[in-house]
Design a binder for this molecule. Structure first.
Ligand SMILES: [Zn+2]
Length: 189
């Protein structure tokens, strides 16, 4: 998932790199982790332990998506942010560096438990679709990943799920405006 419009030069020019840049990245990660803890905590308090499997759908929570978008565009100067919700509802957040976020994290080394429930990443330049790299990512991960979102703005996102692995529903203001499809080789049709 390459950042098509890398902001790294801008960051260097405006001096938001080095220690201060790290602070912004940590702030962004912290913002998303807190949102997740709040969402999970709220549901946990209302959910009997025997119904914990109900937590499985929490990654669809709009508050989480808002927190991720805010971190990507308001806390960070339009840098791509990636979030993985693993099989145990643990959240893994990373922020764009060197022009792209690498999803090729070794799941075992990173402590992720598969299948990944959801992979969410932002297109901070404001257009929700799957790039060639994103398509390759879901093609590789589809046996171990259930759903994915690409966020392109408030109420603008693409939604993918592994039952229909060659398409992305693109939503705008509460309705599907386009379905992006691609062939099995990953080429967009
Ligand atoms: Zn992407």
């Amino acid at each position: 998932m390459k950042i098509e419009n890398s902001n790294n030069n801008k960051i260097e020019q405006t001096g938001i790199i080095g220690d201060e840049g790290m602070d912004l990245r940590n702030l962004a990660i912290d913002h998303i982790e807190r949102a997740w803890v709040n969402i999970v905590g709220r549901v946990f308090r209302q959910t009997p332990v025997t119904k914990i499997e109900d937590l499985g759908e929490l990654h669809h929570n709009v508050e989480l998506h808002k927190a991720i978008w805010y971190a990507s565009t308001e806390i960070l100067p339009h840098l791509e942010v990636q979030v993985i919700v693993d099989a145990r509802n643990e959240i893994f957040v990373s922020t764009g560096s060197a022009g792209y976020v690498d999803f090729n994290i070794n799941p075992i080394r990173a402590g992720m438990k598969t299948p990944v429930k959801c992979w969410i990443h932002t297109h901070p330049f404001g257009s929700a679709y799957f790039s060639g790299t994103d398509i390759r990512t879901v093609r590789i991960w589809k046996p171990l990943m259930k759903t994915a979102y690409v966020l392109g703005g408030e109420d603008h996102f693409g939604f993918w799920f592994n039952d229909a692995p060659n398409e992305l529903e693109i939503w705008n203001d509460g309705e599907v405006v386009r379905t992006q499809t691609w062939g099995t080789l990953g080429e967009e049709e």
